[in-house]
Design a protein around this ligand. Structure first.
Ligand code: 6PG
Length: 239
């Protein structure tokens, strides 16, 4: 499968995508810490990365030198089950000894505009990132950058309203921040993502396409997410 400006790796299933992602994160961390004494990672929200985060929770790493940032956050109370920070903490970050002052949640509970303003200097001080992890929504969004929504060219962090994926109010890093990274991985798994992948493959200017190309991403797909290739039915029994 070809996607403009990115490398694509197709893996058998979601577990393989999780294992590959965890391996890339650990390798990037070792390299960054050896070269610069620190590893600056942007974690993705949503459900796709959770399997990789659970693998990382059991991994051995030089956690004292890890610095964690979020690609986006939903404007919900800190303890809300739908907060990306809570899901990532529960699956991984609360289980490894990264110094708490090196884990940087987006203060989205303050409201989108105030949180974006507060997080802007945190991101500015971290750039360039060593690795940015992203997912892709069924409409081709990534982080909280949605099709048809203005993406501000200037700031590193922006407020998002009227998100088509609840909750409506969010905070997102912009391409100006997400693409300032040594490496980027986009994880896409499951049949629900086929239509967006087909649109991406067809060259549609989706937010995920823009950010992935801007970050020279590695896109990790599982077979289930692959659009039907012309003439081949991946599920012949489907009839
Ligand atoms: C969010 C995520 C979002 C996510 C995609 C894919 O806050 O929802 O940041 O960008 O990565 O919507 O979500 P799934 O991995 O759950 O399919």
């Amino acid at each position: 499968m070809q996607l403009t400006g990115v490398e694509v790796r197709v893996l058998p299933d979601a577990d393989a995508v999780a294992a590959a992602t965890a391996e890339i994160v650990l390798s990037a961390a070792a390299e960054a810490i050896a070269a610069r004494g620190a590893f600056r990672l942007v974690v993705a929200g949503g459900t796709t990365p959770m399997a990789a985060y659970r693998l990382l929770a059991d991994a051995e790493a030089d956690w004292a030198h890890w610095h964690i940032y979020h690609g986006d956050e939903r404007c919900l109370p800190v303890a809300d089950a739908d907060r990306n920070s809570r899901a990532t903490d529960e699956a991984w970050l609360s289980r490894v000894p990264i110094p708490s002052e090196q884990v940087h949640p987006i203060p989205a509970e303050q409201g989108a505009e105030d949180a974006a303003a507060a997080y802007e200097p945190v991101v500015a001080a971290a750039l360039p990132f060593d690795l940015v992890l992203l997912g892709m929504g069924e409409d081709g969004h990534t982080a909280s950058l949605f099709p048809g929504h203005e993406i501000l060219p200037g700031p590193l962090v922006m407020a998002v309203h009227d998100s088509p994926k609840p909750p409506p109010d969010r905070v997102s890093l912009t391409p100006s921040a997400l693409c300032r990274t040594r490496q980027m991985v986009v994880m896409v798994t499951g049949a629900a993502k086929r239509p967006a992948l087909a649109r991406w493959q067809a060259g549609e200017g989706l937010p995920v396409a823009r950010v992935a190309a801007g970050g020279s991403a590695l896109v990790l797909l599982d077979q289930a997410a692959m659009p039907d290739t012309a003439g081949e039915d991946p599920d012949p029994e489907r009839g």
